[in-house]
Write a protein that binds this ligand. Sequence first.
Ligand SMILES: Cc1cc2nc3c(=O)[nH]c(=O)nc-3n(C[C@H](O)[C@H](O)[C@H](O)COP(=O)(O)O)c2cc1C
Length: 329
Amino acid sequence: MQNTITTPFTKLFDCRYPLIAGPMFLVSDPPLVAEVSEAGGIGAMPSLNWRTSEQFQKAIHEVKKLTKQPFAINLIVNQANFRCAKDLEVCVQEKVPLVITSLGSPKETIKRMHAIGSKVFCDVTTLEYAKKVESLGADGVIAVSSGAGGHAGPISPLVFIPYLKRHIKIPIVAAGGIATGTQLFAALALGASAVQIGTRFIASNEAKVDELYKKAILNSKPEDIILTKKISGTPLSVIKTPYVEKIGTELSWIEQKLLKNPKTKKYVKIMRNWIGSEKLKKAILGPTYTAVWSAGQGVGLIDEILPIKEIISKIINEYFENANKFKQS
Ligand SMILES: Cc1cc2nc3c(=O)[nH]c(=O)nc-3n(C[C@H](O)[C@H](O)[C@H](O)COP(=O)(O)O)c2cc1C
């Protein structure tokens, strides 16, 4: 494997490759995170993968035992996450090098993490929000595009990356459907400073999810990925299983109405998140016929389960094959 790819992102974190293994609810754990960071990228995990802030802090200790390289934590910063302040406190105490925020205002997170010299990148799906987080002092954005696993954005990465690049100055991390080195090369050519990859790492030896989930990723086509609002209230990319087809993808009219009402919105979101996360948990750890597996359109480019180090070395080698090809032509 070749040595390094240098971008504004790798300079910020002093890592070898511009690649984050995206935080994944109930999938990312300390061994997976550490393995990615050891391989030259940055492993990330959501604080909500643990039931309490104390367990979350122990998980960070586990990561630190396994690697001295930088890693990232994802914080959901909206009102529905009661643990946000406590988990942020843990990130400050543990001097987490990078916090990735989703869903709400990152203001407090930026203030606290900057005070200890750490960085904050924010998930964005629109230019308006990217400008907002840049004005709040974010160090970078994760451009969550269409085709992404988890909560996908609405804009094609082919447009979203250069569009953001025209209007904001902070580093952009491309996310959505990326699973190969050619796509990494393309993302950097479009103006990204790094990529964030999720689905590819579910089909890894290290991901502790049910084998059927991994197999479903290998066997699915991009056409099998659909967006459903039934899990969290916002569009989530999932594999079209018979169960997902049976329950449909839209919220009931009552829920839609309650979500529009400012007084009831928060409570509906909390309830929907709770029901949805219980469904995901069931599917990840031991699927029944009610399996709901989140994955992005990159499934079409994933055909083997490999150790994380091999996944990353394949991506990097393919990146350099492209770089050399374009140098010669
Ligand atoms: C199963 C699954 C769970 C995810 N959970 C989270 C999460 O908790 N927080 C978050 O910010 N992103 C989450 N994501 C999004 C990823 O971090 C990443 O941005 C996305 O997977 C990139 O798209 P890709 O899967 O097409 O590579 C999740 C993605 C998947 C597939």
